[in-house]
Ligand binder design. Sequence first.
Ligand SMILES: [Fe+2]
Length: 346
Amino acid sequence: MPVKPLLPLMALCLGLGLAANAVAEPIRVISDRTPAHLTGLFEHYEKTRGVDIEAVFVDKGLLARLQSRPTEADLVVTKTADLLEEAKAAGLLRPFASETIGSGIRPELRDPDDTWVTLSYRPRAIFVSKSRVKPGEISTYQDLADPKWQGRVCIRSGYHDYNLSLFSQMAADKGLEETRAFIAGLHRNLAHAPNGNDRAQARGLHEGVCDLAVVNSYYMPIMMSTEEQRPWGESATVIFPDQGQGGAYIMRGGAALTTADDRVAEATRLLEFLVSDEAQEFIVNTTFEYPVRDSVALPEAVRALGEGQPGVSEGRFEARFVPLADVVKQRDAVVGILDEINFDGR
Ligand SMILES: [Fe+2]
């Protein structure tokens, strides 16, 4: 009778399971996000679920860190999901088994092989000077390369993740030749050699250095919330590019399980929590990015973006979801184009 000996064995396993829970190892998270974007959320999770989270924040080099210490964390959370696609290719991620994620999140926002999921996204937008650019004068990325804007465009380094992602998405979407022509045209239109971060470009609009700037959408609400930077925000209008023409390219933030194998179930539950309405609401209100569930309301400051622009309604815009696997494949070629053009030079 095989059943009888199984029962004590099951009881033993259950007992061990309970004992393991009683010691409750923390879930270890590694992230390149701004700590303030996650710590409140993690504290809430710890309090309501009775599970400890140990988070390590790195500013840069998340992929290299994952490569050198692959099982240091159970869960990786990044502002640049492109890195997760690279980590996946390097065998550094474990597919998650979750019906909640599989059925609740649109396929465009997760890896077809279930190794990563988007937690939020934001468009690479065009900020335009309110006083020097008329409404409707610019509506597409392609316009940034129009000779009409010669000497009037600001952008940060072409090699920054945000721009590499933008150019690589364009390359995956429209081909390398069209992208090369765009990058060259954009470069010819620059007001000065790329420098500074996204906010510095918006400041350039305010100071009259340029009339158009490439900036992620969420910097507008962020700038409007600080006294020093509010004038920069007030000088600009946010344009969501390519509305009705394929949609704006987006930067995805995401999360994935590492190959660490001792806290898989717990880390999966935390991953499920991060895409829940409850967590998504927190994320959009702290980052001013867009939620992965349409049921989550946008903060007032985000709803105001793109007001009056055709195709944008209460801050909701048309996004272009280029598969990340295709995007990552273009990176090296894009870097080659930037080198060739000497994009960061003048
Ligand atoms: Fe940013």
